[in-house]
Design a protein around this ligand. Structure first.
Ligand code: FE2
Length: 117
């Protein structure tokens, strides 16, 4: 999915909650990538639904390939955001790619984020 394509034509700048002209370039870029991350997540979910109902093997293979692309796009967007937000990275490091109780890990993540900044 082309970043931003899902929302073009509706409300063109709806990723902003503050007047865009009052936001610096860094904040606008951050907002754009946050929007892109949401769109990648949405696309992953759409492909999951399509795959749940599609029976044609060739169509399923295409959809699986496309969903795989969205995983990569999601990862790149997320990494961009985390490189610019150390507290967010600190929180995720406590939860992602771990095992155990997710809620407990989340509590630890909150502490880690506090300590990070
Ligand atoms: Fe995408």
């Amino acid at each position: 999915m082309l970043a931003g394509s899902g929302y073009r034509g509706r409300v063109p700048f709806d990723q902003y909650h503050e007047p865009p002209e009052e936001l610096g370039e860094e904040a606008r870029t951050f907002a754009r990538i946050c929007t892109s991350l949401l769109e990648e997540t949405e696309a992953i979910g759409w492909y999951a639904q399509r795959l749940a109902v599609e029976q044609d093997p060739e169509a399923r293979a295409i959809m699986q390939n496309a969903q795989q692309e969205e995983f990569k796009h999601f990862a790149m967007d997320l990494e961009f955001l985390l490189r610019r937000t150390p507290k967010w990275r600190a929180a995720l490091e406590q939860v992602l790619f771990t095992e155990g109780d997710i809620v407990e890990l989340g509590e630890e993540a909150e502490e880690a984020a506090d300590e990070a900044g």
